[in-house]
Design a protein around this ligand. Structure first.
Ligand SMILES: Cc1cc2nc3c(=O)[nH]c(=O)nc-3n(C[C@H](O)[C@H](O)[C@H](O)COP(=O)(O)OP(=O)(O)OC[C@H]3O[C@@H](n4cnc5c(N)ncnc54)[C@H](O)[C@@H]3O)c2cc1C
Length: 327
């Protein structure tokens, strides 16, 4: 029987959502392709992590060693390539995260298998596998077919698939050892640095008003801040605003910022790049204000206002204050 591999991503003892997402997609494919689903779990003292996924895979192969406590692509590459050689899985799924973006290319070279990165879907059509990817900031969807090979490595974008369990599985646990002394390690883990917590927690906010690069200048952020205050909401932002040091990192929404789940999310001058959208997949009603009617944010938004934010935002704020005053 053919096999599908999912590389379990975890950090500081916590399983990352991308793992559940990959297991969901792999579970769906395993049924279509009549394959076994194997999760590969590398780390130290990872039994509680294995428990959390034991009903989502047919097998969990665990490598548990003090020397595997922290992620190291040099070591992972050797362990996984050896497993690929043994089992010849049809697909090996890895998160398209900072972890996966480091691991997947070197694993692809080491295992001699083709790699498709940042996939948003995998489709089985007439016995052939097709990976779907986005191009030009989500304006184009590309279907990628694979060159002839024994197997393929795919990195999967976060926030695309459900984190729910699919199917009814009971994993067989297989503990394996790996002679770490045989691996040449060129990088060493030094420390894990948490980002500053900040004085507000945007992950808990019920109403977020997010400002993007469309704001043009740092001083202009005031108008969006005033709208947020009028609505009793919290100000957040896209990454370029943080990169320019206009707002602190803890206000950033997206894959390299925070995933948020407000009841209402208002995106002001934000184009809707996938890295941003992945952070608002759990939001309730999304409202976008953007002057470009073709901006990808409008594909996600429940309500959209096409126009100049400098005209719209102050009017909205005044109207809200008027209503609040009972006018
Ligand atoms: C590894 C990686 C991680 C990333 N992580 C994140 C992340 O966590 N969060 C994130 O946000 N991004 C992230 N990014 C960046 C992401 O790819 C985009 O570049 C970013 O989201 C774009 O931000 P933006 O929408 O504010 O700016 P832009 O894409 O420049 O969009 C600005 C928008 O404003 C509109 N606009 C301009 N002027 C006006 C006006 N006067 N009135 C109304 N609308 C106007 C424009 O039409 C445009 O749509 C990441 C990128 C990488 C490579």
């Amino acid at each position: 029987m053919s096999e599908l591999f999912v590389i379990v991503e975890h950090r500081l003892g916590e399983i990352r959502d991308i793992t559940f997402e990959m297991l969901w997609k792999a579970g769906e494919l395993a049924e279509t392709l009549s394959s076994n689903l194997t999760a590969i779990l590398i780390g130290h003292e990872v039994n509680s992590i294995a428990e959390k996924i034991s009903d989502r895979a047919d097998k969990i192969i665990i490598f548990d060693d003090e020397g595997l406590k922290n992620f190291n692509a040099d070591i992972y590459k050797e362990i996984i390539s050896r497993l690929i050689e043994e089992s010849k899985p049809t697909l090996t799924l890895i998160g398209n995260t900072s972890w996966g973006m480091e691991l997947a290319p070197c694993l692809s070279i080491r295992a001699g298998l083709p790699l498709a990165t940042d996939c948003i879907d995998i489709i089985s059509k007439n016995g052939n596998l097709i990976a779907q990817r986005q191009m030009y900031s989500g304006k184009i969807f590309a279907n990628v077919s694979f060159a002839e090979s024994d197997g393929y490595i795919l990195t999967i974008r976060s926030g695309i698939f459900p984190t729910d369990r699919i199917g009814d599985r009971q994993a067989q646990i297989v503990q394996k050892d790996f002679p770490l002394k045989d691996i040449t390690v060129k990088k060493n883990f030094i420390e894990f640095v948490e980002t500053a917590a900040g004085d507000v927690d945007i992950t808990q906010a019920e109403l977020l008003i997010s400002v993007g690069r469309g704001i043009g200048e740092e001083d202009n952020i005031t108008i969006v801040k005033e709208l947020a205050e009028a609505l009793n909401g919290i100000l957040s932002c896209s990454r370029p605003i943080v990169d320019k040091n206009w707002l602190p990192k803890y206000l950033q929404v997206g894959t390299s910022g925070k995933s948020v789940t407000p009841k209402v999310y208002i995106a002001v001058g934000i184009s809707g790049a996938f890295q941003h959208l992945a952070g608002i997949s759990g939001a309730g009603t999304v409202i976008a204000i953007n002057k470009d009617p073709k901006a990808p944010i409008f594909r996600t938004a429940d309500y959209g206002i096409v126009g100049d934010l400098f005209k719209i935002v102050p009017v909205l704020k005044d109207k809200i204050l008027e209503v609040k005053k009972g006018g």
